[in-house]
Design a protein around this ligand. Structure first.
Ligand SMILES: Cc1cc2nc3c(=O)[nH]c(=O)nc-3n(C[C@H](O)[C@H](O)[C@H](O)COP(=O)(O)OP(=O)(O)OC[C@H]3O[C@@H](n4cnc5c(N)ncnc54)[C@H](O)[C@@H]3O)c2cc1C
Length: 424
C-alpha cells in the first residue's frame, strides 16, 4: 500500500505504543488506515532486554488482544497477582501499617502484566505490516498537514500524499500537531527524575509488586518473567523498578557503579527479595504532569502522551493512552460503520467528553498521592499510615481500588471490557 496517493479513514502520526495500537485496532475493524513515524520501525525492535517494561492493566491487555497484538508477544509476560503498598524510608523496614491486595480476591484474572517495552515493540512490528488495510510509513516525516472542514491531507517527506477523514496526533509529549493546532498544554514540574530499569534477585517475587512511598518520591518494584541471559544461579529472578527521587539525588544515583546502585535499590526494597544486582540499562526521565485545554481540533484528535502526562507513581501513563485508543476507536468505528464521517466534529466532541473526566481524575489522583506521600512531616506520616491501614480493613473499598488498578473502573465497556468491535 505504499502508493503515491492514498485515501484513508484515519492517518495516525506517531507509531509509539499508543499510535500503533490505535492503527491496529481501526484496521482490525476493517477501516483503511495509515500510520506515520519519523523513526524507522525495525531499529525500535532491540534484540536484548534493555531495562524498560510497562505495567499493562487487565483492561489494556483486552484492547491489545482485540487488536491482534497480544498474541504476537515473543514470550509470556509476568502476571501481577499481588500488590503491596507501604509507607517507608530508605534503609528502614516498610511500615507494618500497609495495604496488601491479591488479584484472586477480585476474580480469576491478574491485575495486569509486566511487558518488556522491547516485547511490545516486537509484537507491534509483527502485527502492523501484516494488516492489508493498514499502510505503515516509517521512517517518514509529515512534511505538511492540512486540515479543513471537508477533510485532511498529509504530505510525507518521502513523497506519498495521504488524504484522510481524521488525523490523529500520537507523537508523544512534544506533539508538533498539538502545538500547530494551538492547543494549550499546562504542565507541572515535579522537580523529580524518574529512574527506570531492572534488577536480578535472589528470592522469588511470587508475581507480586511493591509500591513504597518514600519521603522524596515513590519507589516501585514490579515482577518480570525472568532475567533471561542476565540470570545466574545466585540471581535467578528479575524485577523492574520505577523510582522517583529529587533531581539532584537521582543524578547522583544514576552515576553510581552497579554494585553501589544495587545497594541503594536494596535499601528501598528491604529484605524481601534477598540480594539484588542491576541488569540492563538505567533510564531516566524528568517528571512532570501535563493537561491539555482541548483534545481535538478540526479533523484532529490527540491520543496518548500527546494529550496527557501523569506522575508514574502508579504506572498509569500508557494505560491512560490505551483508554484513549479504546474510546476514539469505538467512536470512529461506529461513525464509519454507520456511513458517517469519522473525523466529524460531533465524533471528536464525544471522544473528548469520554476521555477528559477520566484523565483529569487520574491526573489529580496521582498528584494528590504524590503530595500526600511526598513529604516527611511526622503528623502527615502518621495520618497516611493510619489511612493505609484503614483502607486495608474495608473490603469494599479495597475491592474498588483493585478494580481501578485493573483498569476496570465504573462504566468500562466495549474494547476494554473484552468486547471485540467489527471484524478482525
Ligand atoms: C519513568 C516512567 C515510567 C513509566 N512507566 C510506565 C508503566 O509502568 N506503565 C505505563 O502504563 N506507562 C508508563 N510510563 C508512561 C509511558 O512510557 C508513556 O505513557 C507511553 O510511552 C506513551 O506512549 P505514546 O505512544 O503516546 O508516546 P511515545 O511512546 O512517546 O511515542 C511517540 C511516537 O511518535 C514518534 N514521533 C515523535 N515525533 C514525531 C513526528 N513529528 N512525526 C512522526 N512521528 C513522531 C516517535 O518516534 C514515537 O514512536 C512511564 C513513563 C515514565 C516517564
Amino acid at each position: 500500500m505504499q502508493d503515491h496517493r492514498l485515501d484513508v479513514a484515519a492517518c495516525i502520526i506517531g507509531a509509539g505504543p499508543v499510535g500503533a495500537t490505535l492503527a491496529a485496532t481501526l484496521a482490525a475493524a476493517g477501516l483503511p488506515v495509515a500510520v506515520v513515524d519519523s523513526a524507522p520501525l525495525p531499529p525500535m525492535e532491540l534484540q536484548d532486554f534493555d531495562g524498560r517494561a510497562y505495567a499493562i492493566a487487565l483492561a489494556s491487555q483486552r484492547l491489545l488482544a482485540a487488536a491482534g497484538i497480544w498474541a504476537h508477544l515473543p514470550g509470556a509476560p509476568c502476571p501481577i497477582e499481588a500488590i503491596h503498598v507501604a509507607d517507608g524510608r530508605p534503609g528502614a523496614p516498610p511500615s507494618r501499617l500497609s495495604l496488601h491486595w491479591r488479584a484472586d480476591a477480585v476474580g480469576p484474572e491478574p491485575f495486569g502484566w509486566m511487558v518488556e517495552a522491547r516485547a511490545l515493540r516486537v509484537a507491534l512490528n509483527a502485527r502492523l505490516p501484516a494488516m492489508p488495510n493498514l499502510a505503515v510509513f516509517a521512517p517518514a516525516q509529515a512534511a505538511a498537514v492540512e486540515r479543513h472542514e471537508e477533510g485532511a491531507t498529509v504530505t510525507l517527506s518521502t513523497g506519498p500524499v495521504i488524504t484522510a477523514r481524521l488525523v490523529v496526533a500520537a507523537e508523544g509529549r512534544n506533539s508538533p500537531l498539538r502545538r500547530g493546532a494551538g492547543i494549550r498544554a499546562a504542565t507541572l514540574d515535579y522537580h523529580q527524575i524518574g529512574m527506570v530499569g531492572a534488577f536480578a534477585h535472589e528470592q522469588p517475587h511470587g508475581n507480586g509488586a511493591l509500591e513504597q512511598f518514600l519521603p522524596n518520591g515513590p519507589f516501585a518494584q514490579l515482577p518480570l518473567a525472568g532475567p533471561g541471559h542476565f540470570g545466574t544461579a545466585a540471581f535467578p529472578h528479575a524485577s523492574a523498578f520505577v523510582w522517583a527521587d529529587r533531581t539532584a539525588i537521582a543524578q547522583r544515583m544514576l552515576a553510581l557503579p552497579d554494585g553501589a546502585f544495587g545497594r541503594e535499590l536494596r535499601r528501598r526494597l528491604g529484605d524481601r527479595l534477598g540480594a539484588v544486582r542491576p541488569i540492563g540499562r538505567r533510564w531516566s526521565y524528568p517528571l512532570s504532569a501535563m493537561h491539555v485545554s482541548r483534545w481535538w481540533d478540526t479533523r484532529l484528535a490527540l491520543v496518548g502522551d500527546a494529550a496527557h502526562g501523569v506522575h508514574p507513581i502508579a504506572g498509569q501513563g500508557l494505560n491512560l493512552g490505551f483508554r484513549d485508543v479504546a474510546a476514539l476507536a469505538e467512536e470512529v468505528i461506529a461513525a464509519w460503520n454507520g456511513g458517517g464521517d469519522p473525523g466529524d466534529a460531533a465524533v471528536l466532541r464525544r471522544y473528548q467528553a469520554r476521555r477528559r473526566p477520566d484523565t483529569l481524575l487520574m491526573l489529580t489522583g496521582m498528584h494528590a498521592l504524590e503530595r500526600l506521600f511526598g513529604n516527611d512531616i511526622a503528623p502527615v506520616r502518621v495520618a497516611r499510615r493510619l489511612g493505609i491501614a484503614a483502607v486495608d480493613r474495608i473490603p469494599s473499598l479495597k475491592r474498588a481500588f483493585a478494580r481501578q488498578a485493573m483498569g476496570l473502573g465504573p462504566g468500562v465497556t466495549g474494547l476494554l471490557a473484552g468486547q471485540p468491535l467489527g471484524r478482525s
